[in-house]
Design a protein. Structure first.
Length: 427
């Protein structure tokens, strides 16, 4: 690895910022994002994603471009022109038909292409199907820069493994898969990540192998969660507690400890579609992958139906009943609301005529409204409800006195299975 390595991180979200902060402890890093308000917040030491606390962020921030270690954040393209490593960490979503949307990757590749120089290396971390880096991104880099791939510039792929909201498994503590377009490039990229990743690295033999490894990680989790979600439906019909069954089965050393739940977010609920799309282009219909997706996508309506059944059994009039949904983010202790499946539960409950109030102390009400046109609150409501639903297991909810929010015959439904005894139902 060159001693004068200067790294540009393209995209300062849930993946890019933690990576930029980590690299900045040993390298000169320029963090680039087109979101001006996001960059302004970061310059003041504030991370709205809650991944990096103020003190940790301020320790690496620098006010001016330089060659020493530290993180400089900017929206100005020219200020990343002096870098020799460009790491792209933009999101890779799906469209309304669950087809991969590579628009952010194309645009970020155009951005990098405008400043690319001979000898530079571009590394992609965004989740993709095998072949995207070399077949989709490289042509954009060549077209915009006028440079030749593997002659003038080189590329690599190192899949992100960020777990939003997890303060234990941080980016430096998760083994990093690396790859390069040439053997020498792979070694350089591997050495770059080795300089900051304490958990170590794994140099894959090719970019396509690294891309495939990433996309199957989350597909595997999706399929396993779909299996236990199906079990929860079956055991509910048998009046058996699914969590008790899983706890008993987990006494076997090789039993996989998956739990039922709503599968959302920008990874597990999205990545399988990338692999499925590529398989279908090649003439193969991936039955297991898509079956898992269908089942997991159906869970929001299923949860709503179970809540309504419990309300009817307790004699609660469903039409115009009041219900408090605790949590709107896609996972616990994280403000990220992208692709959250709680909205599916809310939509189904609303269809039943239930008046739903959504309380989430971490989610930005403005962000939720922009994304889903749903009104939420970040303060505890001062009223009692006919039903309480724990949708997200935020730590703050576990300390909440639910009795202050209940009517005399309120239903309590625990989607996450963390409230213990005293609930009327759980997934």
């Amino acid at each position: 690895m060159e001693l004068n390595s200067k790294i540009a991180i393209i995209g300062l979200g849930y993946v890019g910022l933690p990576l930029a902060r980590l690299f900045a402890t040993k390298h000169a890093v320029v963090g680039f994002d087109i979101n001006e308000s996001r960059v302004a917040e970061l310059k003041s030491g504030v991370d709205a994603t809650l991944e990096i606390d103020r003190d940790t962020l301020q320790k690496v921030l620098v006010e001016k471009l330089g060659h020493g270690k530290g993180l400089y954040c900017t929206t100005v393209l020219d200020e990343i022109a002096g870098c020799n490593y460009y790491i792209v960490t933009v999101p890779t979503p799906v469209d309304k038909n669950n087809r991969p949307d590579l628009t952010p990757l194309y645009k970020s590749s155009e951005t990098v292409g405008q400043v690319l120089k001979k000898g530079d290396i571009v590394i992609y971390e965004s989740t993709v199907y095998p072949g995207v880096t070399e077949e989709e991104c490289v042509p954009v880099l060549e077209r915009v820069s006028g440079l030749r791939f593997n002659i003038d510039f080189f590329v690599g792929y190192s899949p992100e493994r960020i777990n939003p909201g997890d303060k234990e498994h941080t980016v430096d503590k998760i083994l990093k898969v690396t790859s390069g377009s040439t053997l020498e490039t792979g070694k350089k990229i591997n050495a770059l990540y080795q300089s900051v990743i304490t958990a170590g690295t794994y140099l894959a033999p090719s970019i396509k192998v690294a891309e495939a490894a990433k996309v199957i990680e989350n597909s595997q989790r999706d399929i396993n969660i779909a299996f236990v979600n199906e079990l929860s439906k079956i055991f509910n019909l048998m009046n058996i507690d699914t969590n008790q069954v899983l706890a008993a089965a987990a006494t076997k050393w090789n039993f996989l400890p998956f739990k039922p739940g709503l599968v959302g977010g920008h990874c597990i609920g999205v990545d399988p579609y990338y692999l499925a799309q590529k398989a279908q282009e090649l003439g193969y219909h991936p039955e297991i992958i898509l079956a898992g997706r269908r089942l997991n996508d159906s869970m929001g309506e299923y949860v709503a139906s179970q809540i309504v059944k419990l309300m009817i059994k307790k004699g609660i009039s469903v039409n115009n009943a009041s219900l408090l949904m605790l949590g709107i983010t896609f996972k616990e202790n994280c403000p990220d609301v992208r692709n959250t499946k709680i909205v599916d539960v809310v939509a189904a409950l609303t269809d039943y005529g239930i008046a739903v109030t959504i309380y989430d102390p971490l989610a930005s009400p403005a962000a939720v409204f922009k994304e889903y046109k749903l009104t939420t609150t970040d303060v505890v409501p001062n009223q009692k409800f006919d039903a309480l639903v724990l949708g997200v297991a935020h730590s703050k909810f576990l300390d909440l006195d639910l009795t202050q929010l209940q009517n005399t015959s309120s239903v309590i439904y625990d989607v996450k299975g963390v409230l213990g005894d005293g609930v009327d139902g759980r997934l």
